[in-house]
Design a binder for this molecule. Sequence first.
Ligand code: 5GP
Length: 116
Amino acid sequence: MSEETIFSKIIRQEIPTPLLYQDDLVTAFRDIAPRANSHILIIPNKLIATVNDVTADDELTLGRMITVAKKLAKEEGIDENGYRLIMNCNKDGGQEVYHIHMHLLGGQPLGPMLAI
Ligand code: 5GP
C-alpha cells in the first residue's frame, strides 16, 4: 500500500490549490515551482506511486491524462507552438512526489530534451 502524498490532499482540496481541471479520473493544477512559462501537472485521482505500479486497469486513466493535457495545452494557447509531456520515474528519473504525474511544459522553446 503506497503512502499518500501532498497530491492526494490537493485532489480532495484539503490543501486549497486552484484546479485547472478535475473529473472522475484525473486532476490538473499548476506546478508550485514552474520550470517554464506554462507548467501544469496532470495526475490520476487514484494514488499510483510510480509508473512501475501502473496496471492494465489504469489504461483509461492514463489515456485521460493525455487528452486532458491536449485540452489544457489548447487553453494555455501553447498547442500550436508545441509543448513537452514528461513523467519521471524513481530516483534516476528525478521523481520527487510518489504519486504519478504528467508535467505539461511549454510557453517557450524548451531546448534539448535532456541536459545531462
Ligand atoms: P517530479 O520531480 O516528482 O516529477 O515532480 C514533482 C513536481 O511537483 C515538482 O515540479 C514540484 O514543483 C511539484 N510540487 C511539489 N509539491 C507541490 C505542491 O504542493 N503543489 C504544487 N502545485 N506542486 C507541487
